[in-house]
Design a protein around this ligand. Structure first.
Ligand code: AMP
Ligand code: GLY
Length: 428
């Protein structure tokens, strides 16, 4: 079978790795791919948002189906375009992807469906937004309404900070077009988990929970990033919480999307706050999370290829077997370039250590220069996943392997999984 993976980050590398583990005879094409994916198949130099170019590639190569990694192409209507051309594709339509691309759409849908979430109101006027922030009181959450690569959210700990965030979004250009409408949202306290479900629009195949580390610095300090690491499983996400999330979050949200005429097929990602009143939605994403995917997929013992194929071709997954997981834990440490999440320099030569047992190095921002040397090409450069019988062992191995990857200015957090470790008895 030949398949096409759209994207070129560590998430896409992990997807390609898992699909090849499921079926080593698979013919894997990625676009644009990266040097990690190039070692497992063929990369085509077509941008992830070049929808027409990707459809032409899928047709020319007669791929069985296409998997879309990032949200950009989904927002650009790749799924609509592929389906209109009779091409099987795993991912939601542009209209269904609004669950991620429009925070306003997502909030209104959750309200209609009775899905637990923080209350929020949308504003385009600074004065009205400021008044709402004052009414709610600090801490209060200010969000850019559109896509801002996971960075358009400010948890303001004072009203002055809330006012500054509102002004920077509505009057400045801090988040481009994504920030010209803001949401002022109630603050929820608790711990956040990421829960993914594969869905045909009606039925779900939930995964186990993962936890992301969005802040740049150790101890979850410093600026928000696309994610500096992740681990799975998360012990506080008990079976009971997972069942509540399916019944109260995933199924009603999918029903509301069907009722709105935008059925969602693909991977629905719920960012859930585990509050005293049960799980509440922080946000939805319309695709696999990065770096959670790099931690989750290596723990999966059942196949990913078949459920993705079924959804891509429009089959029901009602009778699909549940996803199975190996015991133990996985920890993913992101190795980033100096200055990330701010602007970074590209082109620094990379030295990789020898491969290690129970470690997978997924490429994110890497490139081969004209001399064929591996060099940096982005903010997040690698995602290093280690597996172990316990979280502590996986964390140690992940951090030590990350530390042996060398390039100028490399940075990584050594504390991925710290919340989970703190929950475990000493020595576990
Ligand atoms: P988001 O991009 O929506 O996931 O938001 C980024 C981060 O801000 C989340 O990971 C949460 O930690 C935090 N956050 C967002 N919304 C809220 C909220 N209503 N209450 C508390 N924290 C929030
Ligand atoms: N890990 C956060 C995201 O994928 O948006």
């Amino acid at each position: 079978m030949r398949i096409l993976v759209v994207g070129g980050g560590a998430r896409e590398h992990a997807l390609g790795w898992k699909l090849l583990a499921d079926d080593p005879t698979l013919d894997l094409i990625s676009a644009p791919g990266n040097p990690g994916l190039a070692a497992m198949g063929r990369c085509e130099a077509i941008a992830a948002t070049d929808v027409a170019g990707l459809a032409a590639l899928a047709r020319r190569e007669d791929v069985a189906f296409t998997i879309v990694g990032p949200e950009g192409p989904l927002d650009a209507g790749i799924v609509d375009h592929f389906r209109a051309n009779g091409l099987a594709v795993f991912g939601p339509s542009k209209a269904a992807a609004r669950i991620e691309t429009s925070k306003r759409f997502a909030k209104e849908l959750m309200l209609t469906a009775g899905v637990p979430t923080a209350s929020a109101r949308t504003f385009t006027s600074t004065a009205a937004a400021n008044a709402e922030a004052e009414r709610l009181g600090a801490p209060v959450v200010i969000k850019a309404s559109g896509l801002a690569a996971g960075k358009g959210v400010i948890v303001a700990t004072s009203i002055a900070e809330a006012r500054a965030a509102i002004a920077s979004m509505l009057e400045g250009n801090a988040f481009g077009d994504a920030g010209h409408e803001v949401l002022v949202e109630e603050f929820m306290s608790g711990e956040e988990i990421s829960l993914f479900a594969i869905t045909d629009g009606t039925h779900v195949l939930p995964m186990i929970a993962a936890q992301d580390h969005k802040r740049a610095g150790e101890g979850d300090t410093g600026p928000n990033t696309g994610g500096m690491g992740a681990y799975a499983p998360v012990s506080i996400a008990t079976g009971e919480i997972a069942a509540q999330a399916v019944d109260r979050v995933f199924l009603p949200t999918l029903a509301a999307l069907r009722a709105a005429g935008s059925p969602f097929t693909g991977l629905l990602y719920a960012g859930l706050m585990l509050t005293r009143d049960g799980p509440k939605v922080v946000e939805f994403n319309c695709r696999f999370g990065d770096p959670e995917t790099e931690a989750l997929l290596p723990l999966m013992t059942s196949g990913l290829l078949e459920p993705l194929r079924a959804v891509a071709v429009g089959d029901s997954i009602a009778a699909a077997p549940s996803i199975e997981w190996r015991p133990g834990a996985a920890v993913t440490t992101v190795v980033a370039a100096e200055g990330y999440p701010g602007p970074v320099r590209s082109g620094d030569p990379i030295t990789l250590p020898p491969t290690e047992r129970d470690v997978l190095v997924f490429h994110a921002g890497t490139w081969r220069d004209a001399q064929g040397r591996l060099v940096t090409a982005g903010g997040r450069v690698f995602a290093v996943t280690a597996m172990g019988p316990s979280l502590g062992e996986a964390r140690k191995l992940s951090a030590s392997h990350a530390g042996r990857i060398r390039f100028a200015g490399r940075q990584y957090r050594r504390d991925i999984g710290w919340r989970e470790l703190a929950r475990q008895p000493a020595g576990a």
